[in-house]
Each structure stands twice: as structure tokens, then as C-alpha cells.
Design a protein around this ligand. Structure first.
Ligand SMILES: [Mn+2]
Length: 230
């Protein structure tokens, strides 16, 4: 069980937050960062989102404010000791931060982890982890529902929908319950278009693979063989 009141207290009592997620981020990783950023933004907090990896091409649409930055040790290291809270989203082992691990581990600022994976490492001050959740975005939905910390609007519902859709394998996996579908219904009522999110994540992914295939095919060379080569 996640202590949402505790998480609400941490949010209320601090002003600046650095959000991050795991290497090779998926739609739950990016969606949760964007949803959490928009929650904090509604509350007037100062927020940074810094990741080890570049946001994958097919997930860039989730970051419409272009808020996510790729970690650069010279530019960002000092920030890890300056913000009030470091928030790890959708992972629970600091090695998943790769180039950012040292800056994160060495910081003495308050650290929290919001996640739904098993076997967490003891690397933060407060863990908000429950493996019963379908996605980290789903935890953020319950944070809003159970505390009323902000009003759930379309701009928060949209990345939460993307997070849950992908982490449930488009509503196929075990944690796809009737309760989860009730949550989804609420997100759709706020104006999320499921076809649009699906097409953006999966079709643009296919499109970028075709582009890569095109570049690869362009490098093909015909090598003439003579009789002596055989
Ligand atoms: Mn996840």
C-alpha cells in the first residue's frame, strides 16, 4: 500500500523537484515524468526533468512543453545538490540511471521513488512502490484521486493514459482489471483519444524503423566476384 498522504506532504513541503527515469525510457517512464511534472506545475513548483537517455522519437509528442533534458554532467550535476527533492520514476535501482547514477547517489537532498517494479534497492529516503499497480502512471492517477492534490485534467490524463496503455500491452496483461478499465473510462471522459495515442506510439515507432531500414539499405554495395574468388 502506498502512503499517498506522505507523498502529498513531501510535495506540499518542498518547492523544487528534479524528476528522472530509467535508461531507454518507455511510455510509462516518459508519461509518468510528464504527468508528475504537470501535477507539480499546477501547484506552482519549480520542476526539472533530466534523463540519461534521449527521449525516443515516438514518445516525443508526450513532452509537448519540451521539458525533458538529456543529462550533461557539466551542465546538470550542481542541480542535484540544489533542488529540494529528487524523484525517481518507474525504476528502483540507481544503476538504471547510468551516467546520472553518481550525481543522484552523491546528492544529500531528499530522494523519493515512485514505482511498480519488484525488488527495490534501498537508494532513496522514501519509497512509494506497489507492484500491484499496472504502471507508474497508474500510481499518479491514484495520488490525485486519493489526495485531491490537483484537479485531474486532460493534460495530466493524456500521459497517464499512454503510460497505462503501454505497460499493460494495450490492455492485455494480467493487471488489466475491471477497475483499471473504470480508470481508463475516466481518462477518456476527459478527452483522451485512444486511437490517437496508439497511432502516435506504435505507428511512429514503425515509421522510424522504416527510416532506419532505408538508411541501412542505402549502404548496400554490390561486390563483383571473379572466378579466382570462388
Ligand atoms: Mn512501468
Amino acid at each position: 500500500m502506498i502512503n499517498f498522504r506522505k507523498l502529498e506532504d513531501i510535495i506540499s513541503n518542498n518547492n523544487s523537484f528534479l524528476l528522472t527515469t530509467h535508461v531507454n525510457p518507455d511510455a510509462d517512464a516518459i508519461g509518468s515524468e510528464i504527468a508528475f511534472y504537470r501535477i507539480l506545475n499546477q501547484l506552482g513548483k519549480e520542476v526539472f526533468i533530466i534523463n540519461h537517455s534521449q527521449t525516443p522519437y515516438n514518445l516525443e509528442f508526450l513532452d509537448s512543453e519540451k521539458k525533458i533534458e538529456k543529462f550533461n554532467s557539466e551542465k546538470h550535476s550542481a542541480l542535484f545538490d540544489k533542488v529540494d527533492v529528487l524523484a525517481a520514476l518507474d525504476f528502483n535501482r540507481s544503476e538504471r540511471l547510468v551516467s546520472m547514477q553518481q550525481a543522484f547517489d552523491n546528492s544529500s537532498q531528499l530522494k523519493i521513488c515512485i514505482d511498480h517494479h519488484q525488488s527495490p534497492e534501498d537508494f532513496v529516503d522514501h519509497q512509494f512502490i506497489d507492484t500491484e499497480y499496472s504502471a507508474t502512471g497508474h500510481i499518479l492517477f491514484d495520488l490525485i484521486k486519493q489526495t485531491g492534490i490537483v484537479l485531474l485534467n486532460k493534460s495530466i490524463a493524456y500521459p497517464i493514459y499512454a503510460a497505462i496503455m503501454t505497460d499493460t500491452g494495450s490492455f492485455r496483461f494480467e493487471r488489466t482489471t475491471s477497475n483499471l478499465h473504470r480508470i481508463i473510462a475516466e481518462l477518456l471522459d476527459l478527452g483522451v483519444d485512444p486511437g490517437e495515442v496508439y497511432d502516435k506510439i506504435y505507428d511512429e515507432c514503425k515509421f522510424s524503423k522504416f527510416k532506419l531500414l532505408g538508411r541501412t539499405l542505402d549502404t548496400i554495395e554490390l561486390i563483383q566476384m571473379t572466378e579466382s574468388d570462388i
